[in-house]
Design a protein. Structure first.
Length: 371
């Protein structure tokens, strides 16, 4: 990618390191995601990538009204923005049970959904709901092979029946996240997704045969949502796709999206021959996954030497030392993983037409807003 895609004309006023979202690219990415999904109404995207109420408002304006969240403040944020539906895609235990029920009282215009994968935890949720004279909209969290959360596929039906029988649970369907389905080859990815989707379909059919509602089925993430879009008519829940990042850009050649979240950084030192240091340490860019944490736009001749808290040191390739950027030069870095990178910043600079036009707070960066 050429620097002129991301270049900011008033860059001299930007304090670095800085996180910038390019609205023109965000909108284009969103239009492509809607095209793949078939409609905006089918999307139930995750907000963990940006944690921004302004981004939620932008997506609402493009016809997306349902959102997935990882935390209570993310749920509160989307409700504040005007979302119609929000699923807290994280098992609720301890004090978060009471916090979740408080969400429903504070924001009655938004339908909140909880997930769970353990009978004891689901019963605890039901018990508190009954004491409060309410029922919790509930989705069974299904382990699609990632082994992070969720009940295993062969045990899902039994747990679904047990959950549906609890007095404080309004059983609505299933939440099926498959971050493990991320093969670079689309046909292999499609095959992998179909194998687990077929098992989910069979479970759903068996439950519905006995009158247990599965009216809400939420599937996938950014790598797998194009597969689910072809295989089912369920809701799709990509998250990173709107802002996107370097990791997915390299690994998913079939998805026509462009990284829209960029880090602006300056060269601050020439510590040795052929080397240069920028003010983007690992406190300013996500440290996962393993390997390069980002790539400098338009500077392929630079190799990573090492990174520390506030410094990132590069070495020019042999024979390319004359292309070393001067001290004070502004550089643009595409992060490998944008989601945890966004959470490192309190604000997002917003660029349109090559200029910074606004500043968005990272609304749900902290663990509490009001509740």
């Amino acid at each position: 990618m050429e620097r002129n895609i991301y270049g900011i004309t008033d860059e001299e006023s930007v304090i670095t390191p800085a996180l910038v979202y390019y609205l023109d690219i965000v909108r284009k990415n969103t239009e492509e995601v809607i095209r793949i999904a078939g409609s905006a109404e089918r999307l139930w995207p995750h907000v963990k990538t940006h944690k921004s109420i302004d981004m939620v408002r932008l997506l609402l304006g493009m016809g997306i009204h349902k959102f997935k969240c990882a935390t209570i403040p993310e749920c509160e944020m989307v409700a504040m923005a005007g979302a119609t539906d929000a699923v807290l895609a994280y098992p609720i235990v301890g004090p978060n049970i009471a916090r979740f029920l408080e969400l429903e009282k504070m924001y009655p215009k938004c339908a909140f959904y909880a997930i769970g994968d353990d009978y004891g935890a689901i019963k605890a949720l039901s018990d508190v709901a009954v004491k409060n004279g309410s029922k919790v909209r509930f989705l069974l969290d299904v382990n699609m092979g990632m082994n992070r959360t969720g009940v295993e596929l062969d045990k899902a039906e039994e747990l679904a029946r047990q959950a549906a029988a609890l007095p404080g649970i309004d059983f609505c369907g299933m939440h099926c996240y498959d971050g493990n389905h991320n093969n670079s080859d689309f046909q292999q990815r499609l095959k992998d997704v179909k194998e687990t989707d077929d098992q989910v379909d069979a479970t759903k059919a068996s439950l519905e045969k006995d009158g247990i509602s599965c009216r809400v089925m939420i599937m996938g993430g950014t790598p797998s949502f194009p597969c689910h879009a072809q295989l089912t008519n369920y809701y799709l829940s990509p998250g990173t796709c709107f802002v996107y990042d370097g990791g997915y850009k390299r690994n998913l050649p079939d998805i026509n999206l462009t990284p829209a979240g960029i880090l602006m950084t300056r060269v601050i030192s020439h510590p040795a021959d052929g080397m240069f240091t920028i003010d983007l340490g690992y406190k300013g860019i996500a440290s996962d996954p393993a390997g390069a944490r980002g790539a400098i736009v338009g500077l392929d001749d630079a190799e990573i030497a090492f990174q520390s808290e506030e410094h990132w040191v590069f070495r020019m390739k042999e024979g390319k030392e004359d292309k070393r950027p001067q001290i004070g030069t502004m550089l643009y870095v595409i992060p490998t993983h944008i989601c945890p990178t966004s959470a490192l910043y309190s604000d997002i600079l917003v660029a349109e037409g090559g200029k910074i036009t606004a500043k968005w707070p990272v609304t749900a960066r902290n663990r509490k807003i009001n509740i």
